[in-house]
Design a protein around this ligand. Sequence first.
Ligand code: ZN
Length: 586
Amino acid sequence: MNDLLLAETDVSRLKSDSNFPELSFNQFRYERPNIAKATVEFDTLIAEFDAAVSVDEQNDVIARINKLRDKIETQISIAEVRHSIDTEDKFYKEEQEFVDEATPQFGELINRYYKHVLNSPFRAELEERWGKQMFDLAETAMKTMSPEIIPLLKQENKLISQYNDLLAAAEIPFEGKMENLQGLMAYESNTDREIRKKAVNAKFGFFATNTEEIDDIFDQLVKLRAKIASELGFNNFVELAYARMARTDYNAADVERFRGSVLKYIVPAVSDLYARQQKRLGVEQLYYHDEQLIFSDGNATPHGDAEFILNNGSKMYRELSGETDYFFQYMMKNELLDVENKKSKAGGGYCTNFAEYGAPFIFSNFNGTSADIDVLTHEAGHAFQTFESRDFDIPEYKWPTYEACEIHSMSMEFLTWPWMKLFFAEQTDKYKFAHASHALTFIPYGVAVDEFQHWVYENPEVTPAERDAKWRAIEKKYMPERTYDGNDYLENGGFWKKQRHIFNSPFYYIDYTLAQICAFQFWQRSLADAEDAWTDYLKLCKAGGSMSFLKLVGYANLRSPFDEDCMQDVIVKVIEWLNGVDDNNL
Ligand code: ZN
């Protein structure tokens, strides 16, 4: 191990002691950031940075710039979170519009600062102080931004918000009630096949009805992104997207090889799993609308409501470790979780943070299925990591890049297995089998989304119909058994339009599949030695974003998911575990 790597792995020297005001979420004061004022402040600080005659003086300016960044970022997060909690709230809807406009400008200010940091005469000393990763991130970020593209970035944000608002506003008549997209999901695992089929048809009926508007939004997004990439000097948006995702240690060719390994090792294993499911359900043909029902007499469901889940979550995190106990009590006490499905609440689930308060936030829509527990473990995994990383003195290290982030969340789903009986009681084994199966069946879908996006942005001029046809072809490659039972919209390749990431965060999807291969490793290690697995998991969370993805993987004593042998070994063990379960008797 060379000196640089040694220096990089000592993450504690990049942190100060916790010193955050502790308030509950509702007490967080929101005031629209003044970007014009911030611009003057940034430029003044940058001038001071340039005039500094020592590295200490420059470090002092960096600290003040970071304070300003934390302040603005916190206000942006508050606006986004409150808008997502009630997309019809007029005040925060306007603030979200402001955020869409302001974030590109704010991003440009950070890049101005990066330019000066990268060109500092004290660069070597700064790198020694802050670690090489900050400079790699700054260099990558520089490539993704220029003042000329700010109007285009604002347009991009606006289109994304248009898509999100359209989905959040969905009111779909179903079985005599009005449901939103999130609410419909619960019916997809109903034991009555007719209801499942109706739920799938109702959900995609919404997408079919709005297909023209969604196609139009996406077409504009693709062309806009191609234009942004070309203005920045990239050959296409794929290259820009990798830079935006701050991928510094792998490229599109590595990802392509990874997808090839998925096709070789995982797709056949998933076919076997679907064959077992078809047998369990006692159906002649497993249709898409059967996929969510894992057991013919019903999936495992949590034995209680949100309060029950959060109370048992407290017990689980108390028993798991001192760190998780402190973290979860903090979240509960300060109302940093909004988990119930409500009308006009945005869909999905996410975790974010408020840098000024050192506080994470968890957002989700409970629907009475086992997915509610996945929120408590998945989103809490993200939140726990950023909580453990909140003392980093620079914002860049409070989160790592996304594929590393998903290791924290997806591994937490497995590391909390010993407590699943609190939620599922006699159905615990059902839950575990379904969870492990889903972790595997998800991967081919994940790489399909990734391959689709590569194709879309390599061919920005194709028509919406050609995009749908391509999606259907990729689906057939990675999910050969998927059968839509005559649903024209899905047969014609419309499925991908419900996948928010494709619109909101392009190329953020392979991240889940890379992370899953890492999470499987934590799972397998925890089955052999839970304490040892936890020690490395905690170490990984505390390292935050101070290293690149593959360095973090090595730091946590995991093998690289790009290593084909690793993929093969990991998957063989997953299959062994799944084959060891007598699923017909669960
Ligand atoms: Zn996640």
